[in-house]
Every structure is written in structure tokens, then in C-alpha cells.
Design a protein around this ligand. Structure first.
Ligand code: SF4
Length: 160
């Protein structure tokens, strides 16, 4: 499959959010998650066939429309690492800073070549499963204290 043939199941695209990373961001919610964390805030996002089907170009049109950086979230964008890698590369080509939320830990990502390739253009990951016993509403940009914000590039905090 060539990159332009990928389609994406998109639950929502929110413009100007402040809760998914620093500054005003466009958040793309990709359907599908296998982690099934107990007390997940959004179990409706687990179905990989949920949401609306969008092409790469259709998503990019929404992102280009705004002067915002971008967050890929879900669901878990790494459930489909190849298509997420293509999306991230295209967003990066627009000069955007990219955050990505995933239920995988950084160590799990590094151990899997497919996952590792998918974060090549990501500036910052918020990683790890949600653990209800470690829930902390005072945490910025994450739900439980086991989850880590890991800056992967020098400019990861560009607008923070
Ligand atoms: S990784 Fe996120 S979306 Fe997936 S089950 Fe856990 S909390 Fe829910």
C-alpha cells in the first residue's frame, strides 16, 4: 500500500484544544485501542472501525487550516503504526510540533521496530496505560502518575 492509499478511522478532530499538550493544538482522535485499561476515560474509542473514514489529505486539510501544533491521540494511534507513521511524517512536513498519546510504554515502543518507526517524527510522547489506582487530576496532560511525558526532540516544547 502506498502512503497516499492509507485511510484513517477518525473519531474527532478538535481545533484549539489546550488539554492535549502545550499551547493551542489540533487534536486528532484515531479510533482503536487494544490496551483496554480499566476505567478508561473513553472505551468508545476502542473499536478500530469507529468514527469516520478519512484520507490522509482530508486530515491534512483540517490541520493546515489552523496555525496550531498537533496532537495524535485516540484510542491509541500506535494501534496502526504504519499509517500513523505516514500521517506524522506529513504533519511534520507542514512544520508542526507533534505530541502523541499511547498506551504503550516507551520501553515497549523501543523494543518493537514497527512502533519505533511510528514515532520517528513525533516530538513528544505521553506514554503508558492509564492506571486507575494512580489517577491524579492535578497532573498536566496525563491521567495517572505512571504515565510519562517524554520529549524526543530538542524542540519538543516549542510552544510550551
Ligand atoms: S490506552 Fe487510553 S484509550 Fe486505550 S484503554 Fe488505556 S486509557 Fe483508554
Amino acid at each position: 500500500m502506498t502512503p497516499t492509499q492509507f485511510t484513517y478511522q477518525v473519531l474527532d478532530i478538535r481545533r484549539g484544544t489546550t488539554v492535549d499538550g502545550p499551547g493551542l493544538r489540533t487534536s486528532v482522535y484515531l479510533a482503536g485501542c487494544r490496551h483496554h485499561c480499566p476505567e478508561c476515560h473513553n472505551p468508545d474509542s476502542w473499536d478500530e472501525n469507529g468514527g469516520a473514514t478519512m484520507t490522509l489529505d482530508e486530515i491534512l486539510e483540517v490541520i493546515k487550516d489552523e496555525d496550531f501544533d498537533v496532537t495524535l491521540t485516540g484510542g491509541d494511534p500506535l494501534m496502526h503504526p504504519e499509517s500513523t507513521a505516514v500521517l506524522a511524517a506529513a504533519i511534520k512536513a507542514l512544520g508542526k510540533n507533534i505530541w502523541l498519546y499511547t498506551g504503550y510504554t516507551y520501553e515497549q515502543i523501543l523494543a518493537d521496530p514497527r512502533l519505533r518507526a511510528a514515532i520517528a517524527d513525533i516530538d513528544t510522547i505521553v506514554e503508558g496505560p492509564f492506571v486507575a489506582a494512580l489517577r491524579d487530576p492535578d497532573l498536566l496532560f496525563r491521567g495517572s502518575s505512571n504515565q510519562r511525558i517524554i520529549h524526543l526532540k530538542d524542540n519538543s516544547c516549542a510552544k510550551s
